[in-house]
Design a protein around this ligand. Structure first.
Ligand SMILES: NC(=O)c1ccc[n+]([C@@H]2O[C@H](COP(=O)([O-])OP(=O)(O)OC[C@H]3O[C@@H](n4cnc5c(N)ncnc54)[C@H](OP(=O)(O)O)[C@@H]3O)[C@@H](O)[C@H]2O)c1
Length: 290
């Protein structure tokens, strides 16, 4: 097995991918990071760190040198440009395969800038001629961790999706799927929408949190614009806040109301439920004092 480089390696998905690949001792696992200090736990586990940014082509080419496969995770309002630069650097560096973490229902005329930009990124990848797998993740259950303070202080979960159902996914399942797509060629050339086991509304999310935490937690629907505004207040950049408003608007109309079987096909295990997430991720985070 050849070298594998993971970008976005300090994030939710990327860090788990790095740790899983290292644990399997299948290859030299290289974490492409902006700040090596933030990646000290990855280095301690045995990953090699290479420093760079997705805006800097020279650092990308150096970061991808000698790699067989790149797991390409980008972030934020320039994600299409980041992906284009990374795909070109991968070609220049002789990379064979890219496993791309993309957005739900990526489409040039989709309802969010994230899915429109990811459609452009996917087009670059297809045009590159590189072997690739595209994994489009549904709304992460982990997004709810941003509301942990209002859960603790008010017993409320605020979101802007009305009663729209969403095939929410535990980000750990996207990481597990990416590891499978790295290790096997069975899904090469495919686009796979990854979802949780069932489409749920936020009243169901609040009920799962109530059951796990033993508190009375209510879902408080707010307008999509108010969800974006609240994200701004808590530190999100303008693009992220706008995209959140766009996703909420789309979810409220039922755009996210679907599930697929792809997590199970890729990973060999059922996708984690909101109850699994509440027990294994939310409750430990909730027990930490702010
Ligand atoms: N949230 C959702 O519901 C959802 C759904 C579908 C798809 N996605 C996509 O999945 C991606 C990964 O999600 P996540 O939760 O793992 O993200 P995350 O925790 O926010 O992590 C983002 C990662 O990207 C790195 N990064 C950001 N800008 C960079 C740059 N300019 N150059 C190099 N690295 C950069 C960050 O590094 P630092 O640690 O240095 O900041 C971090 O490692 C998201 O970016 C999003 O596009 C999200």
């Amino acid at each position: 097995m050849q070298n594998i480089v993971v970008t976005g390696a300090t994030g939710n998905i990327g860090s788990r991918i790095v740790l899983e690949l290292v644990a399997r001792k299948r290859a030299d696992v290289i974490a492409f990071v902006r700040d090596p200090l933030k990646a000290s736990s990855l280095a301690a586990a045995g990953a090699v760190l290479r420093r760079g940014t997705l805006e800097d082509s020279a650092s990308l080419r150096a970061g991808f040198a000698g790699a067989d496969t790149v797991v390409l995770i980008t972030a934020g309002g320039t994600l299409a440009e980041q992906a284009k630069a990374a795909i070109e650097a991968a070609r220049a560096a002789g990379v064979r395969k890219i496993v791309r973490v993309s957005s739900l229902k990526a489409s040039l005329d989709g309802p969010t800038d994230s899915c429109r930009q990811d459609a452009r990124a996917e087009a670059h990848l297809r045009a590159s001629g590189l072997t690739h797998v595209i994994l489009r993740g549904h709304c992460f259950m982990q997004n709810t961790l941003k509301g942990i303070r209002s859960i603790r202080e008010e017993g409320n979960v605020y979101f802007g999706s009305g009663s729209g159902k969403i095939g929410m996914i535990d980000a750990r399942d996207i990481a597990d799927a990416a590891v499978a797509a790295v290790e096997r060629d069975a899904w090469d050339g495919q686009i796979l929408e990854l979802t949780g086991p069932v489409a749920i509304d936020f009243a169901t999310v609040a009920a799962a949190f109530t059951a796990e935490l033993g508190l009375n937690i209510a879902y408080v629907p707010i307008a999509p614009e108010a969800a974006g505004e609240a994200a701004r207040k808590f530190g999100a950049d303008p693009w992220t806040a706008t995209v959140l408003t766009e996703y909420c608007t789309a979810y409220a109309k039922g755009w996210g109301d679907f599930t697929t079987q792809h997590v199970a096909e890729l990973t060999g295990h059922a996708p984690r439920s909101i109850a699994d997430f509440a027990r294994e991720v939310l409750a430990p985070a909730f027990s930490l004092r702010p």
